[in-house]
Every structure is written in C-alpha cells, then in structure tokens.
Design a protein around this ligand. Structure first.
Ligand SMILES: [Zn+2]
Length: 174
C-alpha cells in the first residue's frame, strides 16, 4: 500500500501523461472496434472539436494545477484539514476517507451544482451537447468548467487534506 501511495505521490509527469493519453486512445480504439450502440458516425470528424476542447482544458488546467500543488504543500506543512483532526487509524482508512472527501467535494458536488444551477449548467452544457458520446466526450469541457472544478478541488483539498495521490485518482483531473 505504501509503495502504491509513494508512486502516486511522486509519479513522473510523463507517466501520468502516458496513463491518460494511453487510456483514452485504448478506449477510443476499442469503441471503434466494438461500439456499444450500432449507430455509425465519423469518429475522426467527431473527435476533432473534442480534441480542441481537450487542448483548451489542458491550457487552463496547467497553471491551476501548479496553484493546487502549492496549496497542497501549504496544507501539508500546516497540518490543515479534516484528516488531521480524526483519531489515529490505519493507513487504508485514511486513504479511503481522503479519497471520498476529495471525490465528493472536488468532483460530485460541482457536477451536481452544474446540473442544478442555471449559469453553471450553461457552462457544463458544452459537455452534454455532444451528438455522439464516446471517450473523447470525457474531455469536452468549456474552459470555465476547469475553473469551477478547480475551485471545488481546492475547497476539497483545504477541507480534507487528503493524500496528494487522491487528486490523481479522483476525477478532479487536474
Ligand atoms: Zn453532467
């Protein structure tokens, strides 16, 4: 367990990039070979605008990820957050609670708000207006969505003080 945590805490950037790009490419190809729905569409033509949105998401996320890393360092140095206030427990339990808090505050909550509050829905609509849903739809986001997600991820980080790896595993995607 500690080796796994250590890997994700010190994961080289090119490993992370390979996992993301490799996973997306693998599933995009798999969908082409074995589509869930029979309706054919031009996968490359469909992918181009979504790749554009992926690039804009990366460009917006890069500086935000740097700020998140600095915030994570500050939280760790100052022993801030809910996990620090809990009684002593096993590493597994810390990991599960940290991941839950990070996922709930950093991913579930902003997604729920984006569906319930109209101005946020107008931003999130970009993701849900894809005519054909495939792997590339996962990164089809308005640039402002990154800012919304970042804000909630930062709140999750400040409130939970989870392990840094939970940022990689949870869908905060920074
Ligand atoms: Zn949604």
């Amino acid at each position: 367990m500690e080796a796994l945590l250590n890997y994700f805490e010190t994961i080289p950037s090119h490993h992370r990039a390979m996992i993301i790009v490799g996973g997306l490419t693998f599933f995009w190809l798999l969908e082409g070979i074995m589509p869930l729905f029979g309706k054919p569409y031009k996968k490359w033509k469909h992918a181009l605008p979504n790749i554009f949105f992926t690039i804009t998401t990366i460009l917006v996320n890069l500086p935000l990820a740097f700020l998140l890393l600095k915030s994570s360092d500050w939280v760790a140095e100052n022993n801030f957050g809910i996990l620090n206030w809990l009684p002593e427990m096993s590493l597994w339990l810390y990991a599960i609670i940290g991941l839950f808090l990070m996922d709930f505050v950093g991913a579930y909550l902003p997604h729920l708000i984006e569906h319930k509050v109209k101005p946020f829905w107008m931003v999130h609509l970009v993701h849900h207006t894809d005519h054909n849903v495939d792997t590339t739809t996962a990164n089809r986001h308005h640039p402002l969505e990154s800012v919304i997600r970042y804000t909630f991820t930062l709140i999750g980080l400040l409130s939970a003080h989870p392990f840094p790896w939970s940022c990689y595993i949870s869908p905060c995607r920074l």
